[in-house]
Ligand binder design. Structure first.
Ligand code: SF4
Length: 284
């Protein structure tokens, strides 16, 4: 017997899983189902007793847990592009992407979201993937989470036009789900090329998915925050995704502490107040 959850439960479950992911919890295991209770609830005691029920839907104690899905190693760092050629080099990467069908995400997208910002930026933000607003406009971080990111950038004493913003995947995953490893591995090859062209001094990974594919390894977000990593010749800081901060504004203080590490690495004055203290709650 296959039990299909109703739509509201599916959406609630998806929201809960996104919440766990933002906390850095990416490996979840199901407990075996208590068949008798399930049958009572469904009023299907006879179905619970059927061999088909046991064999097809109830995880057994000795069931193998599949191996972790792979994060491909990043390609070699590309040759340095002179400052005068960076915009052209980025345009060539965009042309190379074309009307991309390299992964399944192309099926549901409206617009490819390449990037936004300055080809000569000292600071680059990397998120997970486009949402509905980004998919409609073809630009990264333009919805509510984008407004909060803009506020965070402003609190750092910078303008959005002064930084470079991109995502691990350039097409919107259906229902804003997490990109599958094959999708993220395929699309991030373009992101790595963008990083090699822009060569920011500091990269900020927004959320666990960005951190995973930039660092090439899965680790809980909590263990990655608060220190400086090295990726493709850039210093990398890991913090929460703005969408997560919208759901849990209490973590803004922690995110601001992460951004202050980035500011120190860039030699920016760190005395500014964070986004919340600046009265930017409108973004929430
Ligand atoms: Fe191509 Fe990236 Fe879109 Fe996949 S997500 S179809 S690799 S542009």
């Amino acid at each position: 017997m296959t039990r299909v959850l109703d739509r509201a439960t599916q959406e609630a479950l998806a929201a809960r899983l996104r919440f766990y992911r933002e906390l850095g919890l990416t490996e979840l295991y199901r407990r075996p189902v208590d068949v008798s209770k399930f049958a009572e609830i469904e009023g299907e005691a006879s179905a619970a007793a059927s061999p088909q029920f046991h064999s097809s839907t109830v995880p057994q104690e000795n069931e193998q847990i599949s191996a972790r899905k792979t994060v491909y190693p990043a390609p070699e760092i590309g040759a340095e592009v002179p400052a005068a050629g960076r915009e052209t080099a980025l345009r060539l990467i965009r042309e190379d992407i074309g009307d991309c069908t390299r992964c399944a995400l192309h099926k549901g997208r409206n617009k490819i979201v390449f990037a936004d910002g300055d080809a000569h930026a000292r600071l680059m933000f990397v998120g997970e993937g486009p949402g509905a607003d980004e998919d409609a406009q073809g630009l990264p971080f333009v919805g509510r989470a984008g407004q909060l990111l803009n506020n965070m950038i402003g609190a750092m004493g910078l303008k959005r036009e002064e930084v470079y913003i991109a995502n691990i995947v350039k097409c919107r995953p259906p229902g804003n789900r997490t990109p599958e490893p094959d999708e993220a591995n395929t699309c991030s090859q373009f992101l790595f090329r963008q990083i090699d062209v822009v060569r920011p001094e500091v990269l900020v990974a927004l959320g666990a998915t960005a951190a995973t594919y930039l660092l090439g390894q899965r680790q809980p977000l909590a263990g990655l925050r608060g220190r400086v990593h090295s990726v493709r010749g850039c210093r990398l800081i890991v913090t929460y995704h703005p969408a997560y901060l919208l759901r849990d504004p209490r973590q803004k203080k922690e995110a601001w502490a992460d951004l202050q590490i980035a500011m120190r690495e860039l030699g920016l004055k760190t005395g500014n107040k964070g986004p919340r203290e600046q009265g930017n709650e409108a973004a929430e």
